[in-house]
Design a protein around this ligand. Structure first.
Ligand SMILES: Cc1cc2nc3c(=O)[nH]c(=O)nc-3n(C[C@H](O)[C@H](O)[C@H](O)COP(=O)(O)OP(=O)(O)OC[C@H]3O[C@@H](n4cnc5c(N)ncnc54)[C@H](O)[C@@H]3O)c2cc1C
Length: 456
């Protein structure tokens, strides 16, 4: 036993050392005045991998690599729903970009990108203009409300770390308010949580909210009866998780229903206000919390780029990930619409696709600088994984279908190994251990500034 623990400790220490650049040569980010400049926009899955590949592969080239993001951390979105439901602490899924910059040898700038001028070859940011010779646009996606302003104004989304903390606060606040509320209708609305969109994000979030309520909150708020708290998953299409094989999708629906998630299919939500969500048939579902996970669209910056755009705002790129008419401008990840040869549909917007596109675009910039021909993206499908709350998940990995606890353990193993940073991995493992004993982060995190203290 002692030996096993020691082994784990050693692995952790080596992992931490590698992460913080102690065992790796810390590449110099010195830039000569004549260097060509590659600018990468967005430190998500695509952009971070592009910047790392550029910096690590530029030996013998005079190349300055600059990564720009509005936040100075990389967010691990697959576990964001657990921040929203108190399963993990926010710090554990955020990895400082400057650690990666130091270890890989690129520069980082925290700025918000406001536009791109392809003629002048500059990026416009809230901190001024940044010139480029090569550009990689990896600004990700935002929630798609399909033009429904009222829905946009009155529902919560789950895209940023702030969104995750916000949802967690909203759920806990609803329970605090409901405990002291005497009007039964108000109580019902406070304790009804609607998740719109039965894709992977909506399914994972709805089941995790249900687990949080059943296993933790109903015990902590004794004045609330189990039947009062409802979680609804509302979907416009006739089926949930349409990207999964039918038997896996059916398994997921059965599991969610057995946990107490109410699933409404073929029920488009057309408006949301302070009373709740209204469906296309005119029915009002009273609820104080409505979370919109029903679609994404590419960053608005993409609209200004040349080339064909999809309905979700993605711009069509060629087989080398370049934008039409601009071979020095690459678009990758959730912003890009990439068709493999002969394919009728573009690659889906997900993390593995974003990672491969980011790396390929970076290698093509390095190839161009070396006078070599560009390479085509080779993407190998890795499968689908959807968590269904405590002890349950469905997975399809290279055609192998897994469900129940085996699927759940696979889900955890895959994501904990993909998480960046040994500190985050250990933090997540610790959080998950406490979850087993029904301990979740249920403090309402007040991020507002407190009143000034006398004498300070
Ligand atoms: C809740 C959730 C769960 C998900 N779960 C999974 C999953 O389990 N598996 C999976 O494969 N995919 C999952 N996805 C999808 C996956 O996160 C995306 O496909 C992937 O992140 C796309 O990578 P990207 O680099 O294109 O964009 P992102 O990773 O979103 O990165 C975009 C970056 O650009 C920055 N940015 C945006 N606008 C600006 C601006 N104007 N100025 C400066 N910086 C800006 C952002 O801060 C961000 O760092 C999930 C997404 C969400 C939201």
């Amino acid at each position: 036993m002692k030996k096993a623990l020691l082994g784990l400790g050693l692995v952790g220490a080596v992992g931490a050392a590698a992460t913080y650049g102690m065992t790796r040569r810390s590449n110099s980010s010195y830039v000569s005045p004549n260097a060509k400049r590659a600018v990468v926009l967005g430190a998500g899955f695509a952009g971070l991998n592009a910047a790392k590949t550029l910096a690590r592969g530029r030996d013998g080239l005079d190349l300055d690599v600059l990564l720009i993001d509005r936040f100075n951390f990389h967010l691990f979105t697959p576990i964001l729903y657990q921040v929203a439901t108190g399963g993990v602490g926010p710090d554990n899924i955020a990895h400082p970009v400057r650690y990666v910059a130091r270890a890989s040898g690129f520069r980082f700038q925290e700025s918000t990108v406001e536009g791109v001028d392809l003629e002048k070859q500059v990026v416009r940011t809230d901190d001024g203009e940044v010139p480029f010779d090569y550009l990689v646009v990896a600004l990700g996606a935002t929630a798609n409300f399909f033009g429904m302003k009222e829905v946009e104004e009155n529902s919560l989304t789950l895209k940023t770390l702030g969104d995750g903390i916000n949802i967690r606060n909203k759920i806990i606040d609803a329970f605090e308010r409901a405990e002291v509320e005497t009007d039964p209708e108000q109580r019902r609305a406070l304790l009804t949580f609607i998740v719109v969109g039965a894709g992977p994000t909506g399914v994972e979030l709805a089941t995790s909210i249900r687990d949080l309520i059943t296993k933790v909150l109903l015990k902590d708020y004794p004045k609330i009866a189990p039947a009062e708290a409802r979680v609804l998953l509302v979907e416009a299409l006739p089926k949930a998780l349409p990207m999964l094989a039918p038997d896996l999708a059916e398994n997921a629906v059965r599991t969610m229903r057995s946990k107490g998630v109410e699933i409404l299919l073929e029920t488009p939500v057309v408006s949301v206000d302070e009373q709740g969500a209204r469906t296309k048939s005119g029915e009002l579902i009273p609820a104080k919390t409505v979370i919109w996970t029903a679609g994404v669209k590419a960053s608005e910056i993409i609209a200004s780029l040349p080339g064909e755009k999809g309905r979700d705002g993605r711009v069509r790129v060629n087989r080398y990930l370049q934008v039409e008419g601009h071979p020095n401008v690459y678009v990758v990840g959730d912003c890009a619409m990439y068709f493999e040869e002969g394919a009728e549909r573009p690659l889906p917007p997900n993390a593995p696709v974003a990672i491969e596109e980011g790396k390929t675009a970076a290698r093509n910039i390095l190839r161009d600088l070396r006078g070599e021909d560009p390479e085509v993206l080779h993407y190998v499908r890795q499968g689908e994984l959807v968590s269904l709350g405590r002890s349950n998940a469905v997975a399809d990995i290279m055609g192998i279908k897994l469900t129940g606890i085996i699927g759940w353990l696979t889900w955890r193993l895959v994501y904990v190994t993909k998480l960046m940073g040994a500190k985050n991995r250990l933090g997540i493992l610790l959080d998950w251990t406490f979850n087993t004993f029904n301990k979740r982060e249920t403090s309402k995190l007040n991020v507002e500034q407190g009143p000034a203290q006398p004498g300070r």
